[in-house]
Ligand binder design. Structure first.
Ligand SMILES: [Zn+2]
Length: 180
């Protein structure tokens, strides 16, 4: 996300040329990783080498990151409540463990937008069947999003359709009962 002058990239999954083209002539301030899974960080180090932008990841996801990148570490950490200034607006880091221990959502209050990574999708929580995942933790994280952010917040998810918090909140109990 960004404007004509500067931007941040949220997750760098596979096609580094496409990301570099999307950044274009703008200054890339940071490569923000919502979590350390391969399909979110695969080309992050290469993008960093090509642009000079730092890779940021929550420390709790370093064990996950190392499964993909055993030889290179992120350049910096993300922490709950941290604010990233980009293009005249603020992205607030919300630590939302569950899908992965260091999973984070990025909330832009001025835009009313949440980038949810793999924590919340249209129709359900992110998967918690992988190693390092934790179902009760993801439910607690999603409850915290519902409790603290405006219901009209638009959610851009890590895979698939966008949604809103208001559209998802009524289904929470079903997800808890279903247990995954
Ligand atoms: Zn994931």
């Amino acid at each position: 996300m960004g404007d004509d002058n500067e931007c941040v990239v949220i997750d760098a999954p596979h096609d580094v040329d496409a990301i570099v083209a999307a950044v274009g002539g703008r200054k890339l301030l940071a490569i923000v990783c919502t979590h350390g899974h391969d399909d979110h960080v695969r080309v992050a180090p290469e993008l960093s080498r090509r642009t000079g932008a730092p890779v940021l990841l929550h420390d709790d996801d370093l064990p996950v990151w190392r499964l993909t990148h055993p030889e290179v570490e992120p350049d910096g950490s993300l922490s709950d409540g941290q604010q990233l200034e980009v293009a005249g607006t603020t992205l607030r880091v919300i630590h939302t463990p569950g899908h992965a221990p260091g999973a984070c959502c990025l909330y832009a209050p001025d835009l009313g937008v949440l980038f949810s990574g793999d924590t919340l999708f249209a129709g359900g929580p992110g998967a918690t069947g992988r190693s390092f995942s934790d179902f009760p933790a993801i439910i607690e994280s999603i409850q915290r999003l519902f409790a603290t952010l405006p219901a009209g917040t638009v959610v851009h998810t890590g895979h698939g359709d966008s949604t809103t918090l208001a559209a998802e909140q009524p289904q929470l109990q079903e997800w808890v009962d279903r247990g995954h």
